[in-house]
Ligand binder design. Sequence first.
Ligand code: C5P
Length: 401
Amino acid sequence: MAHLFNRNVVLGVSGGIAAYKSAELVRQLKERGADVRVVMTRGAQEFITPLTLQALSGHPVHTELLDTEAELGMGHIELARWADLLIIAPATADLIARLASGRADDLLTTVALATAAPKLVAPAMNQQMWRDPATSANIDTLQDRGMSLVGPASGEQACGDVGPGRMEQPVNIALAAAGLFANGALAGRRVVITAGPTREALDPVRYLSNHSSGKMGYALAAAAVDAGAQVTLISGPVQLATPEHAERVDVVSAAQMLDACLERVKECDLFIACAAVADYRPATVAAGKIKKDAEHLTLELERTTDILATVSGHAQAPFTVGFAAETHDLEQYARGKLERKKLDMIVANDVSDTAIGFNSDQNAVTVFWQQGSCALAQASKSTIARELIALIAQRMEAPDG
Ligand code: C5P
């Protein structure tokens, strides 16, 4: 079954008779693994109650743009950022016209403008309205802007007319949605991804660590699964759900992460080091809890092994991709690491910008390889992950490596 595992889907429902089919669409999307949030226009609520879609999606339905309560929860910008995909089904002639003219006069059109996620539109209207040149021009505009269309189907309409304009069946909309993500860019490839922080014990109760959330590595694992890869995620301690269909190996320290990676290096085609591995660990781990008797405490630290450099230096090294978090001179430092660690690619991000990186849901990166580079503009980590996986797959196939 075409799946939507690990996908956040915002379903926009506008006011047409086909809105009753949106209930079945929510079910279809959830059955395929998507997490679904519903946005309804006022018109849609005349045809189907928010309660129905709330019960089916398992989340409150979003209806108002200017609702203080709602904005305190998941506001319109959060919703727009959260989405991996926006489906509008049914999309009435009026909604399509408002999308085409870039209006933001209700919650649904605002989310549509504010999201960088792909958009799938399922038109539903009377056959004459569908055939009208104004609607055709609006549809052309949406497609020119990169939105995908599913349907409409032809047949008998609620108004008694016969012709094109019926909303496509929910099962076909769900299939089209899954089709937008599925790609075979890494089909048959075995991918190992490190993610999250490591913890280096000082004594039985304390450790040294960092703020890495693991979100980028987990998003990469989900994107690699979608690209058809067999994925192993070697993860430090994080508060994240394992992406569906990825194998997860939990580790705590840099030494454990190194062992877990080396065990798999020979059976791996692509290694992506996304973890924020501790560079130093306490030279000795105290057997008992260190007491706070002394006014000053000096810790002796020793270097941990560079996992990425070890993997890239292996006799049967896979295609290796590293990350470089920098605060300045991004390209210079990133290219330095590319050379020094003998990597195929390096993904650099500017951690001086608090809107992106570490704990944020957003990221913006520049990828460097020997002969080139590519900047990926700010977007959700899952969008960046998909773009990165596509770029890596392309470079793996490139004749010059
Ligand atoms: O040298 P630096 O720590 O900035 O390099 C970052 C890259 O190296 C990241 O890809 C990180 O996952 C990896 N790394 C590693 N093992 C270490 C330190 C960093 O794999 N001990």
